[in-house]
Write a protein that binds this ligand. Structure first.
Ligand code: FAD
Ligand code: 2HG
Ligand code: ZN
Length: 473
């Protein structure tokens, strides 16, 4: 091997191309370009090469070569991540998108094994075609991949009933930084044979290795989903409604999302083909979904519980969706809030969680804090209130340069919001992860012993620090 860095890299490229074939390697800047930007246009990256393996064996060969040449690696799925983790900063970029095969569906075991590049909507379809439900659902499901969803431990809209990605994974196949393949694709509900290593890779954001396939849990398909759009006066009323709905439905609430009036207005303004399902001047809306095993009695159940909520002053008004088109419309409104917010302008994004019992206090104190520190800001606080996870997004004040706000004064707002979150026993990253965005903050907010344990795990699996450097740790 030569000492000249340029010649070394050329040698690496030719060995890589020999190992993966021309389809597996690209240095074409036009092809690479879309992989270098995040969906909101906030970050920009660079890479000398895009690697596109089509199998675990090819990932292994690419990783072994990167190890031999001492090159850092950045895995990428759908590039829909929110924390600046999936955009390369000069590393070798490995896209898992060609690894998109369904390896097995074991219906009797309620499990399916998919490769990392399978897109979430395809995973949902595969489950459906086999008479089962794969319950993860989120706004980016048309692009986000199984590998990325595992790497970020994604959440979304069904968590209050089915859990996060961590709860949905039975087994994992991963390629380690030195190229070794770990086949942990066990479809077992019970397996107490030592450390549960798959959990290390879930939520590791690609810092420990590359997830190449996973065995995922399947669930019975509900016979019916009843969906309602509900007007409430405050987040406190929303939490009361959640308790009422859980009790009245025997725990059948599978979606409980909050949308502020301002967020709805942005969607109505910027997103085509939506209309307000229940016009009202009140400040908050809830999208509630119940999943039930029998059609009989389902409509009665939701109508009765909403009637009780209105009589008791918990809800101001409500509309039960009568058709599949109406259900699709209310979900479209909810999932379009980030898209409408993007058109409205750049925003400080706070993906935070608190115990559900403290959501109302957080919303009230957080809004007062942001408005006192940056008068005139718009607050778009929405999301998974049923999990205590609010996307508390704050735009730049009018007349202020958006980038300057995000990178200077806005940082103080973020610190204050996160201080508030910590004081309420919450988390500064509920579901999007840490990436490069929150890395420094994590280091000073986490207890030292916790940081030391995380660094020890990283050192054990990635001693040279080549996997997604600068993310999380
Ligand atoms: P990428 O963005 O490509 O990568 C994310 C991270 O995982 C990066 O650090 C990357 O290096 C690493 N990675 C990717 N693939 C692998 C692999 N195979 N092995 C190891 N590491 C890997 N998230 C939620 O949790 N809930 C939501 O409700 C939600 N809604 C969203 C709505 C919109 C409109 C958008 C744009 C995003 C949303 N997200 C949400 C965030 C995003 O969709 C998730 O983080 C998703 O899991 C990312 O998947 P991806 O395939 O796009 O991963
Ligand atoms: C959602 O729940 C996503 O819609 C995106 O997690 C949140 O854009 C956001 O802040
Ligand atoms: Zn979310």
């Amino acid at each position: 091997m030569t000492d000249d860095p340029g010649a070394r890299f050329s040698e690496f490229l030719s060995r890589l191309t020999e190992a993966l074939g021309p389809k597996g390697v690209s240095t074409d800047t036009q092809e690479i370009e879309p992989h270098l930007n995040d969906w909101r246009g906030r970050w920009k990256g660079s890479t000398p090469v895009l690697v596109k393996p089509a199998s675990t064996e090819e990932v292994s060969k690419a990783m072994a070569l990167c190890a031999e040449y001492g090159l850092a690696v950045n895995p990428q799925g759908g590039n829909s991540g929110m924390v600046n983790g999936s955009i390369p900063q000069g590393e070798v970029l490995i896209s898992l998108k060609r690894m998109n095969h369904v390896r097995e569906v074991d219906v009797l075991n309620d499990a399916m094994t998919l490769e990392a590049g399978v897109i979430l909507t395809r995973a949902q379809e595969v489950a459906d075609e086999n008479g089962r439900l794969f319950p993860l659902s989120l706004g980016a499901q048309g692009v986000a991949t199984i590998g990325g969803l595992i790497a970020t431990n994604a959440g979304g809209a069904g968590v209050l009933r089915y859990g996060m990605m961590r709860d949905l994974v039975l087994g994992i196949e991963a390629v380690l930084p030195d190229g070794r393949v770990w086949n942990g694709l066990r479809g077992l509900r019970k397996d107490n044979t030592g450390y549960d290593l798959k959990q290390l890779f879930i939520g590791a954001e690609g810092t420990l290795g590359i997830v190449t396939a996973a065995t995922l849990k399947l669930f019975p398909k509900p016979a019916v989903k009843e969906t309602a759009w509900i007007i409430v006066e405050s987040p406190a009323k929303a939490v009361e409604l959640l308790q009422l709905a859980k009790a009245a439905s025997g725990g059948a609430v599978t979606g409980f999302e909050i949308v502020p009036r301002f967020g709805l207005d942005l969607v109505l303004k910027h997103v085509p083909d939506v209309r307000d399902p229940l016009p009202s001047s009140a400040d908050w809306r809830i999208l509630m979904e119940l999943s039930l095993p029998r059609v009989e009695g389902a409509r009665d159940m939701i109508e009765t519980l909403l009637g009780e909520a209105i009589v008791r002053g918990i809800a101001a008004d409500a509309a039960v969706c009568g058709t599949e088109a109406q259900k699709a419309m209310v979900w479209k409104i909810r999932e379009s809030v980030p898209i409408a917010e993007r058109v409205h302008g750049k925003a400080l994004k706070h993906d935070v969680s608190v115990p559900v019992s403290r959501v109302a206090e957080f919303m009230q104190r957080g809004a007062a804090l942001a408005r006192s520190m940056a008068p005139g800001v718009d607050i778009i606080a929405f999301g998974h209130v049923g999990d205590g996870n609010i996307h508390f997004n704050v735009t730049a004040p009018p007349g202020v340069d958006q980038d300057a706000f995000l990178n200077r004064d806005g940082l103080k707002v973020t610190e204050a919001i996160h201080d508030l979150i910590v004081s309420l026993n919450g988390s500064i990253s509920a579901e999007h992860g840490i990436g490069r965005l929150k890395r420094d903050e994590l280091a000073w907010r986490k207890p030292q012993v916790e940081m030391e344990m995380m660094r020890a795990v990283k050192k054990a699996l990635d001693p040279d620090g080549r996997m997604n450097p600068g993310r999380i740790l």
